[in-house]
Design a protein around this ligand. Structure first.
Ligand code: SF4
Length: 400
């Protein structure tokens, strides 16, 4: 599944006396691994029986982190995102313990956005209803495609019909905020089949949609098959046409295109992911989860066994930690902020860094504006349509 914990992100925002932090919980179990996936997760064949130990450890990690950050004062959590992995594989009792511990360790707002990532085929009516009663109020469903051949090529566990059934089940159990994850640039995918996927997605009337281009990540079966010449992907030209088709179809259907890869009905943007794009603080728990708080970005170990051992010793299971300040913090704030279509407001940048973006990036901004990739007005800098198509190249200009 695609979630911004896979990307780099982190400032502080206070209200009601507390600093706000988004909470991310990484649940590292999947039914089996998809061929393109480089998120840290274990197929159930290897992970079965470890769920209880994981839940104990993630609860303990939250307690350790809350104590470690006590000097920052109370931490308010406006959002909780249960990602992975496939968190819907947990039982309601296990998910309940995680949420209860989060509420005990942090000030979780009563109206907090609590998102659960799920895959079609991993929820039944009883479980969905129990998750809703525990306070989960948003489900992000990994659909990826409504074409069964494409789903098989990706190694997904479900069919298109099962994805549609999952949406019906979630609606019937009281979920009024659903997000569907879609992917394009898939093996065997054509512009016509992508249009069909978009049409079937829109017909389900989700409140939110993500549409990501497939990236062949190192150390995945897809990377091996590509090396061996066994992976046939659409051309770059078709990939761009698919991205543009996604924008055209979804905006015509009334979705606001608010981030390079994300679309929402009015008022239905992902609150949690906006924390990443605004480079604001978050705490991640579970193996491979990333935290950004107090100017430090820390990544947890990418191994469930090492994670369990570290937490059992009462330690934070951190593998790498990096101080994010000065040019690095400014560059990262620009890179993630420009992903939002509303762009980077001069005032917001100035409030955080004491100078407007032009004072630091005047040369890059002039070059990108001249190339037609960036738009600059009195209030903000934002990607043009052309800039959206080459967003990674634009972001790279702000690398420190
Ligand atoms: S379901 Fe999501 S996290 Fe699990 S293997 Fe597939 S893409 Fe990766």
């Amino acid at each position: 599944m695609a979630h911004p914990q896979g990307s780099r992100n982190g400032s502080a925002l206070c209200y009601n006396g507390g600093m706000e932090v988004g909470l991310y919980i990484h649940v590292p179990f999947c039914v089996r691994k998809c061929h393109y996936c480089d998120f840290y997760s274990l197929p159930m064949a290897d992970g079965r029986g470890l769920e209880e130990a994981f839940v104990d450890a993630v609860c303990r990690e939250m307690e350790i982190a809350a104590r470690a950050h006590a000097s920052l004062g109370p931490l308010d959590a406006p959002t909780i995102f249960l990602g992975g992995g496939t968190p819907s594989l947990l039982s309601p009792a296990q998910l309940g313990r995680i949420l209860e511990t989060a509420r005990a360790c942090f000030r979780v707002a009563p109206q907090a956005e609590i998102t659960l990532e799920s895959n079609p085929g991993t929820l039944d009516r009883e479980k969905a209803r129990a998750f809703r009663e525990l306070g989960v109020n948003r489900v992000s469903l990994g659909v990826q495609s409504f074409n069964d051949a494409e789903l098989r090529a990706l190694g997904r566990i479900h069919t298109a019909a099962e994805a549609e059934a999952a949406v019906s089940l979630l609606r019937a159990t009281g979920f009024d905020s659903l997000s569907l994850d879609l992917m394009f640039g898939l093996p065997g995918q054509t512009l016509a089949s992508w249009h069909d996927t978009l049409r079937r997605a829109v017909a389900l009337q989700p409140e939110h949609l993500s549409a990501y281009s497939l990236i062949v990540e190192p150390d995945t079966p897809f990377a091996t098959w590509q090396r061996e010449g066994r992976l046939s992907l659409p051309t770059e030209e078709t990939d761009v046409a698919m991205f543009e088709a996604g924008i055209a179809v979804l905006t015509a259907a009334g979705y606001e295109h608010y981030e390079v890869s994300n679309f929402a009905r009015p008022g239905q943007r992902s609150r949690h992911n906006q924390i990443y794009w605004r480079n604001e603080p978050y705490l991640g728990f579970g193996p491979s989860a990333v935290s950004y708080l107090g100017g430090v970005r820390a990544a947890n170990v990418r191994s469930l066994s090492r994670y369990l051992e570290a937490v059992a010793r009462g330690e934070r299971p951190v593998e790498t930690a990096e101080r994010i300040e000065g040019a690095l913090e400014m560059g990262e704030t620009m890179m993630v902020g420009l992903r939002l279509l509303e762009g980077m407001e001069h005032a917001r940048f100035r409030e955080r860094f004491g100078v407007p973006p032009e004072a630091v990036y005047g040369e890059q901004i002039r070059r990108l504006v001249a190339a037609g990739l960036l738009r600059a007005d009195d209030a903000r800098l934002s990607l043009t349509h052309q800039g959206l198509l080459f967003a990674n190249d634009v972001m790279a200009e702000f690398l420190p």
